[in-house]
Design a protein around this ligand. Structure first.
Ligand SMILES: Cc1cc2nc3c(=O)[nH]c(=O)nc-3n(C[C@H](O)[C@H](O)[C@H](O)COP(=O)(O)O)c2cc1C
Length: 303
């Protein structure tokens, strides 16, 4: 049996497979399909302080090898999450990470301050990189100084570890990653979706009501993998890879490139059992290759 535990430093996961925010609801929706206790952990849908309706429909478009979404971070807000969802999630024996959103920097800190008083959360993932919200085109993760400002503000209040979720829509991902690290981020998740659009040629209209959305799925994997590798070579804090992982071998590519764990997103829409299947595929690969600990494969890319 391969030892699948991974140590992020601030958090130990029973295996490197997490769910990506926004693609796994609040976790409970998937309980009929997936044995949640088997997961390394899950990252719940992004939470603002107050409930949000998100963008008007249509909000999802399929593309060749991907999905463009413009959900706009619809969510129930911290109060309802803490009162209704969290008590149910506390029954599961897996790591819970809450994805934190904000229209202004202060809002991130307020969400974290509220959640800090609740039990059963292991870490926060700061969503400073959503490409299809009110802040679109100016989300903090697009620049090093704005990234630094929001991460340091949250780190001042947070009692729990903070993972900063970066945007792929930048020229130099390493510069942004280093600024998040300098601001005290405990880890990085790379990355959110790639800003994109699609056109209905009959109507000559954008397929999304919001015009722009974020591309995810297999189409983005080679780009995000490159970013994970570039960043993992330069930072001290752990990197979590997120983008286009559909099978165990995709996850292995990220681990070999230096990610300590990965998040599974779009794959959940195609196969609700994708996460547990990927864990099984990782185990099979390691068994076939005689790898005793999954950690032995992390960052082993040969150049
Ligand atoms: C429908 C949908 C909703 C999403 N909602 C969020 C969200 O609330 N917060 C966030 O940080 N990322 C969100 N994302 C981005 C994913 O967490 C992930 O970063 C991205 O989809 C890339 O991974 P994938 O290619 O495996 O899907 C969303 C993605 C999709 C497809």
């Amino acid at each position: 049996m391969t030892e699948l535990t991974v140590d992020l430093g601030f958090l130990r996961l029973k295996n490197p497979i997490l769910t990506a925010s926004g693609t796994f609801g609040y976790g409970l929706e998937f309980a009929p399909f997936v044995e949640l206790n088997k997961l390394g952990g899950f990252v719940v849908k992004g939470l603002y302080y107050k409930p949000k309706e998100g963008n008007p429909p249509p909000r999802l478009v399929e593309t060749a090898s991907g999905l463009i979404n413009a959900i706009g971070l619809q969510g129930i807000g911290v109060e309802k999450f803490s009162e209704v969802i969290l008590p149910q999630l506390q029954k599961f024996d897996t790591t819970l990470i809450v994805n934190v959103c904000g229209d202004e920097d202060d809002e991130y800190a307020s969400v974290v301050e509220y959640l800090d008083k609740q039990e059963g959360i292991s870490a926060y993932e700061l969503n400073i990189s959503c490409p299809n919200t009110k802040r679109e085109g100016r989300c903090p993760a697009l620049q090093a100084d704005t990234t630094h400002a929001v991460v340091s503000l949250v780190k001042k209040t947070s009692k729990r570890p903070v993972i900063t979720k970066l945007s792929p829509n930048v020229t130099d991902i390493v510069e942004i990653a280093l600024s998040a690290q300098e601001a005290g981020s405990d880890g990085l998740s790379i990355a959110n979706t790639c800003r994109a659009m699609a056109v209905d040629v009959e109507k000559r209209k954008a397929k999304l009501a919001n015009v722009f959305g974020g591309l995810s799925g297999p189409a983005v994997k080679p780009i995000i993998l490159r970013m994970v590798y570039q960043v993992a070579c330069r930072v001290r804090i752990p990197v979590i890879g997120v983008g286009g992982i559909m099978c165990g071998r995709d996850a292995l590519e990220y681990l070999i490139a230096g990610a300590k764990a990965v998040e599974i997103g779009t794959a959940n829409f195609i196969d609700p059992e994708a996460t547990v299947r990927i864990i099984r595929e990782l185990e099979e690969f390691c068994r076939d290759k005689g790898i005793e600990r999954i950690e032995d494969i992390i960052g082993t890319l040969r150049i």
